[in-house]
Design a binder for this molecule. Structure first.
Ligand SMILES: Cc1cc2nc3c(=O)[nH]c(=O)nc-3n(C[C@H](O)[C@H](O)[C@H](O)COP(=O)(O)OP(=O)(O)OC[C@H]3O[C@@H](n4cnc5c(N)ncnc54)[C@H](O)[C@@H]3O)c2cc1C
Length: 403
């Protein structure tokens, strides 16, 4: 049994970070009693973003999507093994590699032997909600819900899965609203998916009365905030067409949370991020720098392309990261960095399976290269997701998370 002190710090306790924290914490009961895990998140809750489209029309359901981390990490916190694992609600602001420390917005400095950066990405409301506390996030969700309810003419910009699902939910719930979905590409959904699923999505949105406009890019005014509140606004597309609406929803993709890398890039004199801010990684999911073998980056904040930004692929990345940290701990890498543990690589490809509900009763899907678009089967397959957008599964998983 090893008695050396090892600190594993996991920043971002969501799909990627929670699984890594849980797996590493379990190791402290299996031969490493002085192993401690510090989990850090800027929010006091785990948010089940996948179900955000339903929350636009069902507030009671939406409020259940925020799981307090104090509950999820209760057992974690109370683990009798010393030193205790802990959760700190605060924001990571910088990393110092020479000192192996991180700085937090609450003023604390925390030392690490291994650091996991799982800070994901941010989206505009109604995909994500501002607010570090459950109360604040609920208030924002409620205001968004009321705004959508009040709006008569809604413009949705972006025809990926999130834009389509939001359009479908709102159109199915409110028959009296005019809804326009504008997409910049020649067809909906990522272009590596079949034409059949894209065409099926157009067909089913139209059945709910949504106008779908393809090959049209909205010119985005720089000074206008998109916060999903009622306000009349006319935007112009590249075709010259004008789109007047009283509520606009931006579903054009995500922005990664990696601002804290700036100090580390300065310290090392290396570009550790790509042009959109994603942290570059090796196949082992270590940060892509010889100086950083003990920093890992699973999930949406790494530089893998858009096709990898899905919860089930992120889960597989977390397994790789946990396995590699355990291999390094077992090899004694934190004591002697000349040790060469055998690490595994992330071999998953981009997403090749998709279920897209379009309201509670319609939807499209693609499985093993077969598209279920206009057909009834698309509705049946998407129905597995639209039932509750995996809420029950996630609720069971997170509440059982760190036992
Ligand atoms: C509306 C929507 C629908 C989706 N639908 C699906 C779907 O149907 N299927 C699917 O597979 N995937 C879906 N996804 C994608 C999936 O949710 C993401 O791939 C997954 O959440 C990524 O997990 P993550 O842990 O990497 O990051 P995130 O879930 O983004 O979590 C990052 C965490 O880090 C915290 N954080 C950020 N910055 C800091 C900081 N500086 N300091 C401390 N903490 C910080 C955040 O508070 C957050 O808790 C959807 C996403 C959205 C937004």
């Amino acid at each position: 049994m090893s008695t050396r002190n090892i600190n594993v710090v996991v920043v971002g306790v969501s799909v990627a970070g929670l699984k890594v924290a849980k797996t590493i914490a379990a190791l402290s009961k299996q031969g490493f009693p002085n192993l401690s895990v510090t989990a850090i998140d800027k929010n006091e809750y785990f948010y089940h973003a996948i179900a955000a489209p339903r929350a636009t029309v069902d507030l009671e359901f939406g409020k259940k999507l925020f799981f307090p981390l104090a509950d999820i990490l209760q057992e974690f916190e109370l683990n009798p093994a010393e030193p205790k694992h802990r959760f700190i609600q605060t924001t990571l602001t910088s990393i110092n590699n020479a000192q192996k420390t991180i700085k937090l917005s609450n003023g604390q400095t925390v030392a690490f032997d291994y650091l996991v950066l799982a800070t994901g990405a941010k989206n505009k409301s109604p995909a994500h909600y501002e607010g570090a506390t459950v109360t604040e996030a609920h208030r924002n969700m409620e205001e968004t819900f009321e705004s959508i309810k009040k709006a008569k003419d809604i413009l949705i910009i972006g025809g990926g899965a999130v834009g389509i699902e939001i359009a479908g939910e709102i159109a199915a719930a409110y028959k009296d609203k005019k809804i326009t979905l504008v997409h910049s590409a020649e067809r909906l959904l990522p272009l590596n998916f079949k034409h059949g699923i894209s065409n099926g999505a157009v067909d089913k949105l139209q059945r709910l009365g949504v106008e779908v406009v393809l090959n049209e890019k909205i010119k985005m005014p720089e000074d206008v905030l998109f916060n999903c509140r009622v306000r009349p606004l006319t935007l112009t597309g590249t075709s010259g067409r004008e789109y007047a609406s009283d509520l606009q929803i931006l579903a054009t993709g995500t922005t990664v949370h990696t601002e804290y890398m700036e100090s580390l890039e300065g310290e090392l004199g290396e570009h550790l991020r790509n042009d959109w801010g994603g942290i570059k990684v090796r196949k082992t999911l270590q940060a892509n720098s010889k100086s950083l073998p003990n920093i890992f980056v699973p999930g949406d904040c790494n530089a893998l392309p858009a096709g990898y930004k899905f919860a089930y692929l992120v889960g597989a990345m977390s397994t790789v990261v946990a396995t590699n940290i355990i291999a390094m701990i077992n090899a004694g890498f934190d004591e002697d960095s000349t040790k060469k543990p055998t690490l595994v690589e992330y071999t998953g490809g981009p997403m090749n399976i998709m279920f897209v509900p379009i309201g509670p009763n319609l939807g499209v899907a693609q499985i093993m290269g077969i598209a279920f678009g206009k057909s009834f089967m698309g509705n049946v397959l998407a129905g597995f997701k639209s039932k509750d957008y995996f809420y029950a599964k996630i609720a069971a998983e997170v509440t059982d998370a760190v036992k």
